[in-house]
Design a protein around this ligand. Structure first.
Ligand SMILES: [Zn+2]
Length: 243
């Protein structure tokens, strides 16, 4: 009877090891869609950033064109008045036209200053736009990469999971259905771990102390499954390391 249970426990140990590997593969597989989703969100965010900078830049360019148009208009006005000045004999009229030229020159200078301000802003926006576009391209590449990686890994995950299943089925066939069912139940309730090692009077699943009586029973080789009184997982002893 003792031998039977020891063999069952060592089979469960193999199954638990395979189950942990399966959980690892599934965890990696299941983390990818979220990874991809996050990158897609970043791509959308950067696209919106590029769009909004472009809008500001376009608006500034329109402002610059309008201001430059105004400069041309003021220039023409100045030129026209300067021409008029040559023919004016009347001093009062001369002063009036001269004043108009002065005002126009001032206005032109003001607008020229404004153009300079817009040009500087445009330079900044160009820089920001280039930067955002570069980041966007990098993210898009990252997105393509992760899709490719996912495609390749999906084949690998499928192969590995199929292999693990074959391996597990072969071991599970040798385990008593009752024991296997009990292990599965505990495993599903306890974060994928149904069987844990007991060492130095401690459960290695929850790190709590095992009562001495129970630990002695475990070391002696019990005639029924012993579960940890704290985490309720099936306990087993490794002969080589048990103290
Ligand atoms: Zn425990």
């Amino acid at each position: 009877v003792e031998d039977f249970l020891q063999i069952q426990l060592s089979l469960l140990e193999k199954i638990q090891k395979i189950d942990i590997e399966v959980t690892g593969i599934e965890g990696e597989r299941d983390s990818y869609p979220r990874k991809k989703e996050l990158i897609n969100e970043e791509v959308s965010g950067l696209e919106a950033e590029v769009d909004s900078i472009s809008l500001v830049k376009d608006d500034l360019e329109r402002q610059r064109a309008a201001a430059e148009g105004e400069i041309v208009a003021w220039d023409e006005r100045i030129k026209r008045n300067e021409e008029r000045l040559k023919d004016i004999k009347n001093e009062k009229q001369f002063k009036a036209v001269g004043k108009e030229v002065n005002t126009a020159t001032k206005k032109k200078a003001e607008i020229a200053k404004e153009v300079l301000r817009i040009v500087k802003l445009l330079e900044t926006k160009h820089g920001e736009l280039d930067n955002a576009k570069e980041r966007l391209n990098q993210k898009k590449e990252e997105c393509e990469f992760i899709e490719l990686e996912m495609k390749q890994l999906t084949a690998e995950w499928e192969r590995a999971l199929a292999e693990k299943k074959t391996e597990r089925d072969a071991v599970a066939a040798k385990v008593s259905p009752d024991i296997l069912r009990r292990y599965e139940l505990i495993k599903n309730k306890r974060h994928g771990i149904g069987l844990v090692l007991a060492r130095d009077s401690t459960c290695r699943g929850c790190h709590m102390n095992i009562p001495p009586q129970l630990y002695i029973q475990l070391r002696k080789g019990p005639d029924e499954l012993i579960v940890c009184p704290h985490c309720h997982r099936i306990l087993y002893i490794d002969e080589k390391t048990s103290v």
